[in-house]
Structure formats: structure tokens, C-alpha cells
Design a protein around this ligand. Structure first.
Ligand code: SF4
Ligand code: SF4
Length: 366
């Protein structure tokens, strides 16, 4: 199997509305991906407000034979569903996707809190039942917590087959994400790893100038994104690296080096280590948007953080960032309207203190 997977969480949209996917733009992206022999698609019940699964049905299921691709989707436990709730979510996913079985079904964004709920409602047993009934082929979970928590989960749930991890060269030794240690735990338990966020929400495609120069000096033709994807794909226990592609040129760029994938050389690894030292983000948001749906004040949290990060990276762009911020809060809630309900904090896989950070952003961008 090719190591490049198509993440369906950042698809092109219409009019900036995240729930309106531009299928006319998605179709050629899917076609190019499939033409190059890539087969792995990843979505989730919550992506694009549920329309990512629908887009998959429209652009893949309706056009390609069932045995020419694999699909992964994910069962969210954020809303604390009981058994009936999980059954409803699964049925809805199947209807949206238009398939009669899933290749892979994950519990979504697991960590200590969700794990406790999973045990309480028998979520792992539910996945086992689905697997025994042939409705899913493989079970696993995506994960955002400590290596100790991962070790406990894999010890207590030994028949889980795969783990999806946030892994990239910046988070490899990061004290919060601890990607290397999580990868090592999964490997020790014999679980193949599916990589998410290899480009850290797109931010490693456009790193600070010093880091970019190191990469360009070594290889002027390689995109910064290619360094990040190849870093993850070079790890021996990585089965697939997901790239959340939004435009056709990104599919083209990814295929240019993943079609006939060559692992990083020692020289390239050394360049990336140096580049990582040059990269700091004020707010390590990956723009996953898990926080936005439930915000009662409709604050576009990832956009606010992206503007803030851009401004901090290049202070000459402060004026531009302020202008964009003024535009943004005309169509979405102002960070100042945050009521501190912490819904977003509970949903954030990066464990960001969102209300506090929003206040800082607002003070600097207003
Ligand atoms: S704490 Fe603020 S930003 Fe977060 S969900 Fe509540 S209102 Fe929205
Ligand atoms: S703040 Fe957290 S949940 Fe929201 S988009 Fe960023 S990383 Fe995702």
C-alpha cells in the first residue's frame, strides 16, 4: 500500500462555509490520488460538520469499485454518547458514506477523559461487536495524550489493531505532544501507526524563513511540506501518513515524492533537526476545528489563532493581521464575547487554554 493517505478534514469549501464542500474541486483531487495507486482515505463523523463523509460518498464511492480504496471513519465520544448514541452515530456514518462495511473504525481523539467514558459505555466492546459482525474490518483509535496513557490503553485493550498519532518533526521531541515516545509505545505493543498532522495543521508547509532556508539550501526543489511528510513516512512502523489536502496542487506536490517514496537520508534528518530549532509557534493550534462547532458565541477560534501566529512570526505584518481580524469578527463571534464555558477546552486535542489565549489575541489584534 502507498504510504500517502488522503485526510478529508480540510477540503475546499464554498464561500468560506466549512460545511459546504466544493465537490467540483474535490473530484479531480480524488481522481489524481487514485490514478497514482493511492487507496487510503480518512474521514470522521465530525469533519466538515458531517459533510466530509458525504463528500467521500459523492467523489469516491459513487465512482470507484469498493475494492479499490479503503475508508476510515471515527466515532466521537466528545458528546458522551451511551450505547444507543454510539449506534446512532455509526448508522449515520454508514448512511453518509454509502458503504456497507468500513475498512477501519476508530474511537476519535482518545485520551484519559474519553477513555474513562469509553470504558463506562463499552465503546471498545461495541467496536468488537461490529468487527465480529463484519461491519468493520479493523478497530483502533486516534490519540492525543501522554505515552503513559497510551501504554495503559494498549495494555488493557490488546486487540486494538492500529493507533493514529499526531506525529511530525516539530512535535517529535515536544514536551507536550511527546510524539517520539507515543510512537515508541505503539511500536512496542506491535501496533502500526497512522500519522495525523504530519505538517502540523499546515504550518510546517510555511515555516519561518530561517528554517525554510535550511531546507531550500539543501534541496531547492523540495517543498517544505515534503520534508515534513517524508519525516513521518520514513519511520518504519508508520503504515500511512495522512495529508489533509485542500487544493489540487497539494495532491500533485505530495504525489511527486510519495509516489515512489524514498526515506530521509541521514543528511536530510540533520537538516530537519536544525530547522526544528528555528520553529516556534506562539499558539500550537493545528486548525482541526474540533472546538468550533460547540462554541455558543460562534468564535472562529482557529482563524483568530492563525492571525495571531502570523503576526508573532513577522511583526511587520501586524497591521495586516489587525485588518484581517477586524474583517473576521464581522462574520464570526469576537473573542471578547467568550463566556468561558470551556466547551472548546474539552474538545481541543492540543489541550490549549483557549479562553485565556483568545483574550491575549484580542488584546494584541484589536
Ligand atoms: S469558552 Fe469561549 S471560545 Fe470556548 S466555547 Fe465557550 S464561549 Fe466559545
Ligand atoms: S484550538 Fe484546539 S481544537 Fe481548536 S482548532 Fe486549534 S487545535 Fe483544534
Amino acid at each position: 500500500m502507498k504510504k500517502l493517505g488522503f485526510g478529508l478534514m480540510r477540503l475546499p469549501t464554498i464561500g468560506g462555509d466549512f460545511s459546504k464542500i466544493n465537490l467540483d474541486l474535490v473530484q479531480p483531487m480524488v481522481d489524481m490520488f487514485m490514478e497514482h495507486g493511492c487507496t487510503y482515505f480518512d474521514t470522521a463523523y465530525v469533519y466538515h460538520g458531517g459533510f466530509s463523509e458525504v463528500a467521500f460518498r459523492e467523489c469516491v464511492v459513487k465512482k470507484y469499485p469498493r475494492d479499490s480504496y479503503t475508508i476510515t471513519t471515527k466515532l466521537p465520544l466528545f458528546g458522551k454518547p451511551d450505547r444507543a448514541g454510539m449506534e446512532k452515530i455509526f448508522a449515520e456514518s454508514m448512511e453518509r458514506l454509502g458503504v456497507d462495511y468500513l475498512d477501519y473504525y476508530w474511537l476519535h481523539a482518545m485520551g484519559r477523559g474519553n477513555y474513562e467514558h469509553a470504558l463506562k459505555v463499552g465503546a471498545f466492546d461495541y467496536l468488537r461487536e461490529l468487527r465480529d459482525a463484519g461491519k468493520i474490518r479493523h478497530m483502533g483509535f486516534s490519540f492525543h495524550d501522554s505515552p503513559e496513557c497510551l501504554d495503559q490503553m494498549l495494555t488493557e485493550q490488546p486487540d486494538v489493531e492500529f493507533v493514529q498519532l499526531q506525529l511530525n518533526y516539530l512535535d517529535w521531541e515536544d514536551a507536550g505532544v511527546q510524539a517520539r515516545r507515543c510512537y515508541e509505545v505503539a511500536t512496542r505493543h506491535g501496533k502500526p501507526v497512522i500519522v495525523m498532522e504530519p505538517i502540523k495543521g499546515g504550518s510546517l508547509a510555511n515555516p519561518p524563513k530561517k528554517a525554510e532556508k535550511l531546507m531550500k539550501d539543501y534541496n531547492p526543489d523540495a517543498s517544505c511540506a515534503s520534508w515534513a511528510v517524508r519525516f513521518a513516512a520514513s519511520l518504519p512502523n508508520v503504515m500511512v501518513v495522512l495529508s489533509g489536502m485542500s487544493e489540487l496542487w497539494q495532491v500533485e506536490d505530495n504525489l511527486s515524492y510519495m509516489d515512489n517514496f524514498v526515506p530521509l537520508t541521514d543528511g536530510e534528518k540533520a537538516v530537519l533537526e536544525k530547522a526544528a530549532e528555528e520553529i516556534k509557534f506562539a499558539i500550537p493550534c493545528t486548525a482541526c476545528r474540533y472546538c468550533t462547532d460547540g462554541c455558543p458565541m460562534s468564535i472562529n477560534i482557529p482563524e483568530v489563532f492563525a492571525l495571531y501566529n502570523n503576526m508573532k512570526r513577522d511583526l511587520r505584518k501586524k497591521g495586516e493581521a489587525k485588518e484581517k481580524f477586524a474583517e473576521l469578527i464581522k462574520t464570526s463571534g469576537s473573542p471578547d464575547s467568550c463566556i468561558g464555558c470551556e466547551q472548546c477546552v474539552n474538545a481541543c486535542p492540543q489541550h490549549l487554554e483557549i479562553p485565556k489565549l483568545l483574550a491575549e489575541c484580542s488584546a494584541d489584534l484589536s
